[in-house]
Design a protein around this ligand. Sequence first.
Ligand SMILES: *Cc1c(COP(=O)(O)O)cnc(C)c1O
Length: 431
Amino acid sequence: MPTLTRSAELFEQAKKTIPGGVNSPVRAFKSVGGIPIYMAKGQGAYMTDVDGNTYLDYVGSWGPFILGSMHPRITAALEETLTKVGTSFGTPIEMEIEIAELLAEIVPSIEMVRMVNSGTEATMSAVRLARGYTGRDKIIKFEGCYHGHGDSFLIKAGSGALTLGAPDSPGVTKGTANDTLNAKYNDIDSVRLLVSENKGNVAAIIIEPVAGNTGVIPANPAFLQALRDLCTEEGIVLIFDEVMCGFRVALGGAQERYGISPDLTTMGKIIGGGLPVGAFGGKREIMERVAPIGDVYQAGTLSGNPLALTAGLETLKILRDENPYPELERKAAFLEEGFRDNLNKLGLNYTQNRMGSMACLFFTDQTVTDYDTAITTDTQKYGKYFHAMLDEGIYLAPSQFEAMFTSAVMTDEDLEKTVKANYAALQTAEA
Ligand SMILES: *Cc1c(COP(=O)(O)O)cnc(C)c1O
């Protein structure tokens, strides 16, 4: 058991001036119990807490750290920008063109792109743009998908909302809630029904093509293709929310892996390399409606600032130049197979979902394809498993409904350690 004396003290202190002691809900450990661990230092695949305990990190700042924390090329680039450029100007800078061109090269469906400061901003802006472009009000999202904390999305949402058992939020007006329709993930008929009931009123369908906020649930390829076709037929803007799966499941994201192009893409997490960045982009015809060239307003004081762009650019360049994806696949597959062997040895039949280096072990025998099947998982067992893994020095997401991210800097030794820990932790969870 790691000693968490200092974390416990800090948490008590934090609760006095920060709601729940945290700046983002899942960090509070509410669904797994215990107290959140205050980290002091990140290095590669490891994090060290304020009590001096070190953990192998499978959260990776919730996705950005596909190359680990403090990658030497990224920190060097940040130092260079900090000392030679500055932190912000609020004017155009050359680096903005560089990242826009690189994104267009990596993700061919992106003809134009606007940089923002978070995934939430990206999805909110993309939906406003789709509404402005189509002149329609309604959007369709999927139960359990998370698109940040914008009002329109907090209806049957995933991630922290689901973890806390509050997928709908007070403070969202009835009008906004009425404009958000929820379909079932991987169920095209549920989408067709909503579209026909709201004929001519649906502006956008937004989806995580690999859902990562209800645990991990890859879209069925036929379902995703049917969604694409339906949007084309009905003049609906198809938005792939690739904030998590973008640059993660392949360099070009889920759209590259599936070979299906959305009209708009929202990005975040990896694109910021650990700094706050988001982006939305897509078809020129739609993006030309964004202010100042178009009439759909969108702006940001710190959007496209040099530090954030430096971290993002350097991350994307490393991913493009070094192509870590085959190795990530091998590493994540090693974990999946190791966990499968452990489950078999223990006579357990739990479900694992994985795409590339995004994975999830669900404590259920059911095949997990959507929200309803995801919530058949035993979250109490997950809590026990989570704490047992912590005891083994492995830091997983403090919620069943999040992804386990393998990073490129994990060594075979790290992975073997994880498989061993998994065996012990499964035993503890079942005891
Ligand atoms: C994390 C996430 C968001 C929100 O991004 P923030 O940067 O936390 O605002 C949106 N969509 C998806 C799919 C995400 O995983």
